[in-house]
Design a binder for this molecule. Sequence first.
Ligand code: CA
Length: 229
Amino acid sequence: MKPKILLVEDEKDLVKLIKYNLEKDGRFAVSSAGDGEAGLALARKSKPDLVILDIMLPKMDGLEFLRELRRESGVPVVLLTAKRGELDRILGLKLGADDYVCKPFSVGELGARVEALLRRAAPGRDGDGAGTGASIGGISIDFERHEVAVRGKKVRLAPKEFAILKLLVEANGKVLSRDQLLREIWGHDDDVEIDTRTVDQHVARLRRKLRPEDARIATVTNFGYQIKR
Ligand code: CA
């Protein structure tokens, strides 16, 4: 099945251009909404595999949309941001967006980001077969299917939350510093001022989703995190 993409953008010409390019060669199925409220309704209804989100939107802006969306879904999100809107971009990444492109961008670049993110979200799909599964107390993780369950109940993690959990589990009790996590997971975002507080925010979100097993991720004060078996 083709991956489903939800595009939330109010500039009609841009919607047309992106839709045309992503649907070309039958790569993706793209649906679109012209404002934040309609986008949220469509996200709930169509359960997309990835969301492309403009920040400047009528009714509910992109950041508000993202805050709402993250309460209920870990779907990968790519932000479309204006060059001058650096604060928006940083805030967007902190709110749980997974990547961004700056306007004006090439649709080819956007397509490449979308593909990379979908690959990361479903590592089993391109057959890299990295590991199979692990369980830490009541948390079970299927690395291939990118699925996590807490005491038998599935939880949806955003790609970066999953990446943090995976690194900690692979470190097998060794402490990982916040800098290490930052480099490993945000390494390609060198041009954005993301600091270690961003790591803390993502870990906080990850822990909330892992409740009541959240204590499995232990804080090492002023340094980093480790997994407790
Ligand atoms: Ca706009």
